[in-house]
Design a binder for this molecule. Structure first.
Ligand code: FAD
Length: 383
């Protein structure tokens, strides 16, 4: 029977919840909104399945795929690239699967924009819901069960998410399906759902409206200098650069990542997925000719199945092969874990006791010098 004593031992993938034959596991929120399994002891028969399949407990048995090829790639459609975080490669792959009557799973906002959860998309009109990075942990919910249903109907399925969610799905399925494609996004770490909820609440109060759109990676100032933007139903809009926005600052200062992210077992060059997507940071050193500041994806292919899938869209892409050694120099999140400062522990203690913006400013304030440098950079850019 699964019992979480040390929070850093649970990535919240929900494999145990999806699998339990007695349906006696529920996923409960902690103070920060991170979900952890809770077992109803009245119903539990002690079969031990939950512990046996837990990808966090089965350390080292995942990520066996050997990386085959690495590309820098861009979707030639500028509208798609604009609404994607990096080069819009995810959308091409998803469109291919949909064109084959397949189903694509990914992270979407709910109607209030306060929660992020995994959903199934079956039409290209709905694809926008799972485009773009959401810097909040996505709730996998019952998605693994739904994936299995589609797979057993013989439909092609593309599941996308963080590597721990991919590992959770694999653990739940417990066998390989030829009609399943797995994509993970390079992941720095996932921020706390309740901090995001509180932040949206504070913005709605300030702007006196309901949120109608959020982009964590708005490229109006370019891909390198992306901004966060939030639209409201009264026509107002909040736009801020990542170094000034309190929520993004807190995220990038590691104030509220999931405890398990500091000791992530899933990172590395041999991934459990077929394809890994990320940003090609360091593009000026790795593939300078591709740098138009509209976004370029890093595409790591880790299986024959992933290679075959990527080949279906490759001829329509702008691409070049790149060396993985170079790529990891500029994108440490592929391999390395974030160092635990004490920021997250102190932040959690104070969370809920103060207004969210005051708390964010207290823990993640920007020095006067940094502010000045930022102002100069922005002024130079717009000259
Ligand atoms: C929390 C987080 C941290 C990241 N950190 C890095 C990093 O350090 N370095 C780096 O190179 N790239 C990072 N990325 C990935 C990067 O931002 C892009 O998602 C990736 O390059 C794919 O871009 P795209 O243009 O092809 O597709 P896009 O359309 O931008 O991406 C869509 C894909 O992102 C997935 N996704 C979005 N939000 C979530 C979420 N909350 N949980 C799970 N899956 C999600 C969707 O399911 C879909 O597969 C991160 C993404 C997230 C969500």
């Amino acid at each position: 029977m699964i019992r979480i004593v040390d929070k850093s031992a649970c990535c919240g993938c929900s494999a145990c919840f999806n699998l339990c034959p007695q349906k006696c596991i529920s996923m409960e929120n902690d103070k920060m909104g991170f979900m952890y399994p809770s077992v109803d002891m009245e119903k539990c028969v002690g079969c031990g399945l939950c512990e046996n399949i837990c990808p966090s407990l089965k350390k080292g048995t995942i990520g066996e795929n050997v990386r085959l090829i690495t590309y820098a790639a861009q979707n030639p459609n500028d509208v798609i690239r604009q609404s994607s975080s990096s080069g819009g490669i995810f959308t091409s792959l998803a469109q291919y699967i949909l064109s084959q009557n397949g189903v694509v799973f990914g992270a979407a906002f709910d109607r209030t924009f306060r929660k992020v959860q995994h959903v199934a998309v079956q039409t290209s009109q709905d694809l926008y819901r799972i485009q773009g990075s959401k810097y909040v942990q996505s709730n996998a919910g019952c998605s693994y069960r739904t994936v299995k249903e589609f797979l057993e109907q013989g439909r092609l399925v593309l599941f996308s998410g963080t590597l721990c969610q991919v590992a959770g799905l694999q653990a739940f399925l417990h066998k390989d399906y030829q009609n399943l494609y797995l994509i993970d996004v390079v992941c720095y770490g996932v921020p706390a759902p309740k901090v995001w909820d509180a932040y949206i609440d504070s913005l709605e109060k300030k702007y006196n409206g309901r949120v109608t759109k959020v982009s964590f990676r708005d490229k109006r100032n370019g891909w390198n200098d992306y901004v966060i933007s939030v639209k409201f139903d009264n026509g107002k809009e909040y736009v801020n650069c990542r170094s000034d926005d309190p929520y993004m600052r807190g995220f990038l200062h590691d104030c509220y990542l999931r405890p398990a992210c500091y000791q992530c077992e899933f990172k590395g060059l041999n991934r459990a997925s077929d394809i890994t997507l990320g940003d090609l940071w360091g593009i000026d050193h790795i593939a300078p000719k591709l740098n138009d500041d509209k976004g370029t994806s890093l595409v790591m292919i880790s299986s024959e199945r992933g290679k075959l899938l990527f080949e279906k869209v490759l001829s329509d892409m702008i691409f070049q092969m790149v060396k993985i050694k170079e790529v990891v120099k500029y994108n440490p999140a592929i391999e390395a874990n974030i160092h635990t400062g004490q920021n997250n522990i102190a932040f959690e203690k104070d969370f809920g006791n103060k207004p969210i913006t005051a708390l964010l400013n207290q823990y993640c304030s920007k020095s006067v010098i940094k502010k000045l440098i930022q102002k100069i950079r922005t002024a130079m850019k717009h000259r």
